[in-house]
Design a binder for this molecule. Sequence first.
Ligand code: NAD
Length: 482
Amino acid sequence: MPVYKMYIDGKWIGADETFETINPTTEKIIAKFPKGKDKHVKMAVGAAEDAYKKWSETPPPTRGRLLQNIADLLRKDKQRLGRLVSTEMGKVLPEALGDVQEAIDVFEYMAGEGRRLFGHTTTSELRNKFSMTIRMPVGIMGLISPWNFPIAIPAWKIAPALVCGNTVVFKPSSDTPLCAYELVKILEKAGVPPGVVNFVTGSASDVGEAIVKHPKIHGLSFTGSKFTGEWIVKNAGLKKVGLELGGKNPIIVMDDADLSLAVDGILWGAFGTAGQRCTAASRVIVHKKVKEKLLAALVQRTKKLRLGNPLLKTTDVGPLINKKAQEKTARYVEIGKKEGAKMLCGGKKAFGRGFFHQPTIFTSVTNDMHIAQEEIFGPILSVLEFDRLDDAIEMANDIEYGLSSSIYTKDVSNGFRAVQKIEAGLTYINSSTIGSEVHLPFGGIKGTGHTREAGITGIDEFSYLKTVYVDYSGKLQKAQID
Ligand code: NAD
């Protein structure tokens, strides 16, 4: 059994104890990783501190060039890495390759930022005085990632953090440390200097909490559950904190919608990645007039989805990440039944081995039910009905989260009404709730957190603006007074 290492100050190091990473399809152990402790976080922060001066003073275009090298190496290794994502995380191969592609895209996009990192210039109320803003690195940043995009999400954080001149301590999810390790290996190969990226594996309580509380870490970028996000907010002190949390994302289907297009989008949104996306479409809010027709087509297509080994071309839906996730999904099936929702298909764990669960659809769901309100993070879809768009929007909004949303309609007025009224960071028209592109802002509102990663706003998360005044009048000038 291979035993991998952590990466601190440019050296690969182990720990006294290890934990295992498991293939969710076979339940077999793939590899062992060091159980990092508080002392490793301290070492990593020390290394990041030592590396900070030189790295933050490296010209941004040079930092950008390094990111381009990383993108190139990732591209060369895309097939191997994609297979690894499927093996360790369980998403089907085309999606796993998309995960790697997203990492390539974000490194490329952020490489270009090396020649931008724009501040702005503006006027002054005084003569012979110049005003502008410039971008500064936050300092040492703690990056904490989940398992569902095991290469893309770390990349979404590492790329902007580095181009802005930060040094980082990175903790991956303990469900997918091998994907994270391979990414760090590529960073090393591309020439990231020692101490600039430090990789510490281990539990949330030993490593994660130590990062959150470390006084020398200036900023945190966290993607994960609302529960953990809330804990972080309470314990991070005055650090700059970015939070990308959960979702319970609705698709509204109007009576004038192209139903076959809507069915495609719902299937992709609800059961892609076995429902384990923060942007997964876990609620469909459908107009009464077209509900039966939509459901008939949806159930028929859902029953045809093939569960299995995510590496095979014949597979549509892979396993859930672990036993706990499989049990949570099964628990919500029971909750849905008890609440009086009607199950139209699915509802069972599948196969004897692997953490599979059948794609499941509940109808007769009302918005007060647990299955309509809580993030299940599995292949369960709740269907609600409406007869006025305003009611549909009200249902869409009556939720603690606010990440993604979608409406299927041929009427441009309905589409724009939804765009204006739905409380979410993303609204799609005639497309599913998933499919973000790296040059556009990504994030939510309400219980999803208020961060905007990716695109130009991604830079805001990993830098701060310094306001600079240059007075060349040669005399004391007083704003608001002179
Ligand atoms: P999680 O919150 O359990 O864990 C995420 C990471 O935080 C892991 O690395 C974990 O070890 C660490 N962690 C847990 N408790 C911690 C603590 N107290 N202090 C520091 N670190 C801690 O989430 P998960 O199960 O890995 O991921 C699934 C969740 O992530 C879902 O809610 C999903 O919606 C969300 N997610 C959000 C986005 C987004 O961009 N909004 C993207 C992907 C996933």
